[in-house]
Design a protein. Structure first.
Lengths: 122, 262
């Protein structure tokens, strides 16, 4: 496969990724804050296809092919996405724990008040 | 439970907090020993999303039941207990495990140690003899390594960093109500005490072996556990600490705004 066909496939793939991301945001199944890195990943591939000098530069210095250089670039952004998601999960976990504690304490309070209410009047 | 009596051995109101996950089988025995050894003490069972009758049994035994909406882990359950105790004006929390490995009769030793040292956290240690020397019966290298590591961080001897037999007094109680580690709560909490200016003491106690169920970490490979704890401890060591959790700040906040502000 010549370099032009590779660049056409990469363009199609990146446009697909960007399109899917934007659609997910439009349908509110993906929050904007988590969409950003996915968009950047798609753009990285698109830029590699449009301006091959960047992946070429990586490829030359690492002694690999153009397509491998582009993959490295894409992988880097994917790792950023995964890291971002890990941080989001940690944050969610903290929020969830705070809410669980609150629910538990409110439940105990409701139980206490119910007990007081149902106590036979002297 | 607002009018709960204090135990005779502790100068203030103590809440016995029992985190429980599927401990129906052992709770009744624990209730009997509590009634014998610590009569009149207020007891709160934090039911951490049990699927058996733990909550119903605890309720029928006359304990306050705090039910977590799902299984959140012992650290989260204990922080809930600390928040409950702070909001209800308790001066201390005595933590006991629901499986009965912390005999309530041994709590006396923790109270005595508190009277002697006024330490914010008194830990009942399996490995400490009355003489104050670490016993040679330390099970496994992992536990020993961990206690050495924490000892270095805290610059004090910590013979049993994974023991959950605790007596937590105010102001540390308020601090734990605000912020309590959830991954490996016992060693992590002990490791952070030193940085926040709280005092710590250990006393040798006799633990009972579990009769029902299994420990939450018992089946984990000890070495793997140790590595994870040490990573968590290193993270805690380099982490920025919240000034508001420091002992002097918590004391000032209590004198200005009162208790239970978490």
């Amino acid at each position: 496969m010549d370099i032009i066909s590779k660049r056409i496939i990469m363009t199609a793939m990146s446009l697909f990724l960007i399109g899917v991301t934007l659609e997910a945001v439009r349908r509110r199944s993906l929050r904007e804050r988590y969409a950003l890195l996915w968009l950047l990943s798609g753009l990285a591939v698109l830029m590699s296809a449009a301006f091959p000098s960047v992946p070429d530069f990586i490829a030359r210095h690492l002694g690999i092919t153009f397509i491998e250089g582009a993959s490295y670039l894409f992988s880097f952004f994917l790792m950023m996405v995964i890291f971002h998601i890990s941080i989001a999960i940690s944050h969610l976990r903290a929020t969830l724990e705070a809410q669980a504690r609150r629910i538990a304490l409110l439940g105990a309070e409701v139980e206490r008040l119910r007990g007081e209410r149902d106590k036979p009047q002297p | 439970m607002e009018d709960g009596r204090s135990t005779s051995e502790y100068p203030g109101r103590v809440l016995a907090a029992i985190p429980a996950f599927n401990e129906e089988a052992s709770l009744r025995t624990l209730a009997q020993s509590l009634a014998t050894s610590l009569p009149g003490i207020d007891v709160a069972v934090v039911d951490d999303g049990s699927r058996d009758g733990t909550a119903a049994l605890a309720r029928s035994l006359g304990f306050t039941v705090i039910s977590m909406p799902s299984n959140m882990g012992v650290g989260c359950a204990m922080q809930t207990a600390f928040q409950y105790a702070a909001a209800h004006g308790y001066d201390a929390v005595l933590r006991l495990d629901a499986d009965g490995q912390h005999p309530p009769a041994e709590a006396r030793r923790l109270f005595e140690k508190y009277a002697e040292t006024k330490a914010d956290l008194v830990v009942g240690s399996r490995y400490l003899k009355e003489s104050g020397r670490v016993s040679s019966r330390i099970r496994g290298l992992a536990s020993h390594m961990l206690s050495l590591f924490i000892g270095t961080i805290c610059r004090t001897q910590v013979s049993d960093p994974t023991s959950g037999f605790w007596l937590v007094s105010t102001p540390l109680l308020e601090c734990f109500a605000r912020d309590f580690p959830t991954d490996y709560p016992e060693p992590e909490a002990i490791a952070i005490l030193h940085r926040l200016g709280y005092s710590f003491a250990e006393v040798g106690v006799d633990f009972r072996t579990r009769r029902h169920g299994r420990s939450t970490i018992g089946s984990l490979d000890a070495a793997y556990f140790m590595v994870k704890v040490i990573i968590a401890l290193v993270a805690d060591r380099v982490r920025h600490i919240d000034k508001r959790d420091e002992r002097r700040h918590v004391l000032r906040a209590i004198s200005t705004h009162g208790r239970g502000l978490t």
